[in-house]
Design a binder for this molecule. Structure first.
Ligand code: NAP
Length: 419
């Protein structure tokens, strides 16, 4: 495939997928598209690249980076926010990494992150939250958290079905809701914006399937379905019901419900079973703090997943270190949880760990588990020795405050030492 304005590196090879088995075939020198992103993306992108290069080289491989563009960099080059070149390059190369992209609030263009996830059908946004030694935390026992959130990425609020106050469209929807559907006493008079959200059996089941498969492959104890089904019975409640249905239909031999755990096993989980349970979202947010160790793999819809993973991220040290990745069929687009923090853009100040650890997730997806472990160990060593960026330094006594680029250099040094 050729691209209008992207330079394809000459020295790398493409990652491919076996269409029948879905297995990835990863060369030792893959071409990996990278979007640095807006705001602090220009700081954390190059810093992460340096660290990922070092980890690849230390394990006998190399990465041929292919710069692709979205957001402000794409506006400069293509005069549009999300060029087809970028979407095609990621689809074609199977595995990619991106920094944050700015979304204007209220007016302006819709989220490019959402558009990318939708165009590539990256239906599972996976956000691991685990504690790294030495990272300061607002809670007493941050190490109790070792959780992976599977957040649905194509439905719920991400479906983006909304109508603006004052438009003909919103008036039509209001009339339909009031006159045809009989809900004539719920919408106050005056200007109104209306949004609806779809939750489908298809979207729910493919997400929950990913979460249970991950739990099986990684020897996890439980999968918790998080929903607000007590209020939104036919959307969030249906997510819960379809989740349980999928677990029973496809994983009946390895999963048990919480009721079965108590009724048949007296609360003692058999080693070869995964407990599938559910929690209402508001309760779940307090359980994260009060009974942290009870939660393992989480499967939830888009909005709940966003709130929960930011809150969980805060418990293990904040957004500066919280990684993520989006997965579709034979596709991975890694990206940190945090946004573009425009006030720090270009200051060489923020923490690149979230982007670095997102790269670790990407390497693991590629089967480069040794490189992934090296990255985690080197980051942990760097932070434990007190070498940190501003966000952690303000919470550690006697920490050594480093710039983004200096911190990345330290992690690289530690990769060389540990390799
Ligand atoms: P944000 O960019 O994540 O920043 C919020 C705060 O989190 C920052 O002020 C900073 O806190 C801390 N933070 C974030 N990244 C950090 C890092 N790497 N190192 C250290 N601290 C970090 O959230 P926002 O201000 O709500 O959003 C800004 C823009 O990003 C918006 O346009 C939003 O739509 C977009 N966004 C994009 C993505 C994405 O691309 N996937 C995700 C979320 C938001 P302190 O100032 O307290 O130190």
């Amino acid at each position: 495939m050729s691209y209008d304005q992207i330079e394809v590196p000459e020295d790398g090879e493409k990652i491919t997928v076996d269409e029948e088995t879905g297995a990835l075939s990863v060369p030792e020198n893959p071409i990996i598209p990278i979007i640095h992103g807006d705001g602090i993306g220009t700081d954390v992108g190059p810093a992460a690249q340096k660290v990922l290069d070092a980890a690849a080289e230390a394990t006998g491989r190399s990465v041929s980076w292919m710069r692709v563009y979205a957001g402000s960099s794409a506006r400069d080059k293509y005069d549009e926010n999300l060029p087809a070149d970028t979407v095609n390059a990621i689809r074609d190369h199977r595995v990619a990494i991106k920094g944050p992209l700015t979304t204007p609030v209220g007016a302006g263009f819709r989220s490019l992150n959402v558009a990318l996830r939708k165009k590539l059908d990256l239906y599972a946004n996976v956000r691991p939250t685990y504690h790294l030694d030495g990272v300061p935390s607002p809670v007493k026992n941050p190490a109790a958290m070792d959780m992976v959130t599977f957040r649905e990425n194509t439905e719920d609020v991400y479906a983006g079905i909304e109508w603006e106050a004052g438009t003909d469209e919103v008036q039509k929807v209001k009339e339909f809701v009031e006159e045809e559907m009989g809900h004539d006493d719920v919408i106050h008079d005056g200007p109104v914006g209306i949004g609806i959200k779809p939750i489908t059996e298809f979207g729910t089941k493919r997400l929950v399937r990913e979460a249970i498969e991950y739990a099986i492959e990684n020897d996890r104890d439980s999968v918790t379905l998080v929903h607000k089904g007590n209020i939104m019975k036919f959307t969030e409640g249906a997510f819960r019901d379809w989740g349980y249905e999928l677990a029973a239909e496809e994983f009946g031999d390895v999963t048990i419900t919480e009721d079965e755990l108590w009724e048949e096993y007296d609360g003692e989980k058999p080693e070869d079973k995964i407990v599938v349970k559910d929690r209402i979202a508001d309760n779940m947010l307090q359980q994260l703090l009060t009974r942290t160790a009870d939660y393992d793999v989480i499967a939830t819809m888009n909005l709940n997943g966003d709130y929960m993973s930011d809150a969980a991220g805060a418990q293990i040290g904040g957004l500066g270190i919280a990684p993520g990745a989006n997965f579709g069929e034979g596709l991975c687009l890694a990206e940190p949880v945090h946004g573009s923090a425009p006030k720090y853009a270009g200051e060489d100040k923020v923490n690149p760990t979230a982007m670095i650890l997102s790269g670790r997730l990407m390497f693991e997806y590629m089967g480069w588990k040794d490189a992934g472990k090296l990255i985690r160990d080197a980051v942990e060593k760097t932070i434990s020795e007190g070498d940190v960026t501003y966000d952690l330094e303000r919470q550690i006594e006697g920490g050594n405050k480093l710039a983004t680029s200096e911190y990345a250099d330290k992690v690289v040094e530690n990769i060389h030492e540990l390799a």
